[in-house]
Design a protein around this ligand. Structure first.
Ligand code: NAD
Length: 353
């Protein structure tokens, strides 16, 4: 196995790991540890090139710093990406090799599930490293974080409804869910129980059929979901779905979903604000999963405590929405500013110590 350290000014530590035996080709990035050891998932994706994978891991790890800060966690931001098709090269040997590479960071970064990686895969990673969370067995195991992410999205949607309409009830509220994977499907289940009317889209026909059968959801084509006539649009698929092409189509007064990096660029967030569309910053509303795995890394997993912390996502968003309104600026700008303020303060404390 070859572990090469890359020098990237914006990040504390970036590794490129290659291992011909297991077919592992991965980047591991630690963005910042001022708040504590880095925490963030591992994504497995058929990136078109190493450059694309590197750009993604740098962006995602920085995003984790911001997410962990806003969630009030004692963790910095890190992320890993494995290049390749999970269906073709996602073997136990590969995940064990990834675990070995994690050891070289000596606990400065703890990994977990992200897109393309399952709890079962993490079991293999755990065979070779202790620096992994989101496991389904062991004294502090917290399992799949997705249901907690979905709970956090519900808390965020409530905050948005409260801010916009002065009511936080889902009865009869129309919600369009884009992506019915781990989070999106769990979210649909919660919304259905709360009385929301669902419009759903996924490229996976099986998931679509399940949502129709189990929740009475109305299916629509993936291209039509951004323009669906709903009260809340919930992007729960991949990133970049709020972009120059979809923006003119959106009629929902609220956009609140789990997907990471929903805005194709920051200007889109400003445009949403000017179009009177209330956008819940993605890394704030989707922090339920990382709150869950952070509890696991602490060594004492307490589900009720985790649920309380996840519900606080609503309060955080209420504060962000209120400041956005009083300063007439997009909530994503406000969230970034709060994160940077806290990061600067933590860095200053470190320097002074
Ligand atoms: P997933 O892979 O289980 O689900 C994604 C779903 O989106 C799949 O069903 C897929 O078929 C569907 N999809 C893909 N392209 C689509 C398109 N063009 N239109 C409609 N559907 C499409 O992933 P997940 O774990 O549910 O995560 C969803 C999003 O939330 C991701 O962006 C992820 O990074 C983010 N997120 C997840 C968690 C978590 O706890 N799992 C935590 C924070 C953020």
């Amino acid at each position: 196995m070859k572990i090469q350290t890359l020098t990237i000014d914006s990040h504390e530590e970036v590794l490129h790991v290659t291992d011909p035996v297991s077919a592992l080709n991965a980047f591991i990035a630690i963005h910042d540890t001022s708040m504590g050891p880095a925490l963030g998932g591992c994504r497995f994706w058929p990136f078109a090139s190493e450059d694309e994978a590197l750009a993604d891991v740098l962006r995602l790890s920085r995003g984790m710093t911001f997410k962990n800060i806003l969630a009030g966690l004692p963790h910095g931001g890190g992320k890993a990406v494995i290049i390749g098709d999970p269906g073709k090269i996602g073997t136990p040997v590969l995940f064990r090799a990834f675990g070995e590479a994690m050891n070289s960071l000596q606990g400065r970064y703890t990994t977990g599930e992200d897109v393309g990686v399952s709890v079962a895969d993490m079991r293999y990673v755990r065979e070779t490293t202790p620096y992994v969370s989101g496991l389904d067995s062991g004294p502090a195991a917290s399992g799949d974080p997705s249901p907690l992410t979905a709970r956090g999205v519900i808390a965020g949607m409530r905050a948005a409804l409260e801010h916009r309409y002065g009511m936080a009830c889902f009865d009869g509220v129309k919600v369009g869910v884009q992506g019915l994977g781990h989070v999106g499907f769990a979210l649909c289940g919660l919304l259905h129980r709360l009385g929301a009317e669902l419009t759903v889209a996924d490229i996976n026909q099986t998931q679509l059929g399940r949502a129709v059968a189990e929740f009475g959801a109305t299916p629509i084509a993936p291209d039509d979901i951004p323009g669906a006539r709903v009260d809340i649009l919930a992007p729960c698929a991949l990133g970049g779905t709020l972009n120059p092409q979809t923006l003119p189509l959106i009629t929902a007064p609220i956009v609140a979903g789990s997907a990471n990096n929903q805005l194709s660029n920051d200007m889109i967030g400003d445009m949403l604000w000017r179009a009177d569309i209330l956008y819940a910053p993605d890394y704030v509303i989707n922090a339920g999963g990382v709150i869950n795995v952070a509890a696991e890394t602490s060594g004492h997993y307490d589900k009720r405590q985790v649920m309380r912390q996840v519900c606080r996502i609503g309060g955080t968003l209420q504060g962000i929405f209120a400041r956005a309104k009083s300063e007439d600026r997009s909530p994503h700008r406000i969230a970034d500013e709060i994160a940077l303020e806290r990061l600067r303060a933590a860095r200053a404390l470190q320097t002074a110590a």
